[in-house]
Design a protein around this ligand. Structure first.
Ligand code: SF4
Ligand code: SF4
Length: 341
């Protein structure tokens, strides 16, 4: 959450933003306008990648200030383009849309939450995989992660609906495994910031997969591949997941090649701007996939259905297999083969 008391107006956040070309003076001017609640150029240029939080040395959370102002101003391209989605999500959260879907599982096993994603947005066979056998599965707009609404000009969703979403998950009476890291971010970070209690045990997908692989190490055949990682934007809120991913890679016998666009330099998948700025989106996608290929990667893994969908065309055009993280684990336990080029 934006904390003005931590901001010393160093300008690093916006000087380092790769989607604008500001010097320090310009960056500071932009920030001062935002802090005064006024319109600023960055609101139209920001693609909501959340990287500036990593550039900020004081933890002031500058992206949150930008997202709040994008919502307040309401005329930025990503906000205008996303309006129909936000209307649909509001209906769902208010229980006026389609009912939630729940597939019951073994009473002693946890719930796998798909947040608001459709099951079909995940690779074929995900629900049938031994990885998730016997788990209760739930999805629907009622379980929206909320934190992802910052990509659509609805930063206030977290504050408005966090308690409702957490209470709905709590009413299932089980531990929750989040298949998408934004749901985990809501439970782990946002709920605490907003003072919303989370009365259930929750687990990040990476932790769950790591533990599953450790418990089933006899069924793993090491893949012996180099795999580039497409970090989705929520990784900027959850740096600990990098360690969990490294553990998964080690367990399945995968090496992460050194990339230019990695860690703090990682590129946005461009999901937030595919409709509002297609040219920029395509430029970034190509740069990203070429960088993965140049690093010697045999494939790229994605961990978010939006990144997975957006990167389908460029990875296929440039000849780099794209694998969802759960499928990478399924390959290691022999459920599915390594993709053919
Ligand atoms: S969120 Fe990303 S695009 Fe927006 S200002 Fe920060 S670094 Fe730039
Ligand atoms: S938000 Fe952080 S990086 Fe940006 S000006 Fe303030 S202290 Fe510097």
């Amino acid at each position: 959450m934006w904390d003005a008391s931590k901001c010393d107006l160093c300008g690093d956040c916006l000087v380092n933003c790769r989607y604008v070309d500001y010097d320090k003076d310009r960056a500071v001017t932009e920030l001062k306008l935002l802090m005064d609640g006024k319109e600023a150029d960055i609101l139209n240029s920001c693609i909501t990648c959340i990287s500036c939080n990593d550039y900020c040395p004081t933890g002031a959370d500058p992206s949150n200030l930008i997202f709040k102002m994008q919502e307040k101003v309401g005329t930025c391209p990503i906000v205008v383009t996303a309006k129909p989605f936000i209307d649909m999500m509001t209906k769902g959260l208010e229980e006026e849309g389609k009912p939630a879907e729940l597939i019951p599982g073994d009473p002693e096993k946890p719930v796998l939450s798909f947040d608001s994603f459709e099951f079909s947005q995940f690779p074929e066979g995900t629900l049938e995989s031994a990885l998730f056998k016997g788990m209760t599965v739930v999805r629907g707009m009622q379980y929206f992660s909320l934190v992802g609404a910052v990509h659509m000009g609805a930063e206030s969703f977290s504050e408005r609906y966090a308690r409702k979403v957490i209470d709905r998950l709590a009413s299932l009476g089980k531990d929750i495994v989040y298949i998408h890291n934004e749901g985990y971010t809501l439970a782990h970070l946002k709920a605490a910031e907003l003072g919303v209690p989370v009365p259930f045990k929750y687990t990040h997908l990476f932790e769950y997969l790591r533990d599953y692989l450790k418990d089933h190490s006899d069924s793993i055949t090491k893949l012996g591949k180099k795999v580039a990682f497409q970090a989705n934007c929520a990784t900027r809120w959850l740096h600990e997941q990098e360690t969990w991913l490294d553990e998964i890679f080690q367990l399945v016998g995968v090496e992460r090649p050194q990339r230019h666009y990695e860690g703090i330099n990682a590129l946005c998948c461009t999901g937030p701007i595919v409709f509002s700025n297609k040219k920029l989106a395509v430029d970034i996608q190509v740069k990203n996939v070429r960088d993965a290929i140049d690093s010697g990667a045999d494939a790229m893994i994605t961990i978010c259905p939006i990144c997975n969908a957006v990167l389908k065309r460029p990875t296929s055009q440039l000849g780099l297999p794209k694998i969802f993280i759960t499928d990478l684990c399924r390959m290691a336990i022999g459920e599915i083969p390594w993709p053919e080029n």
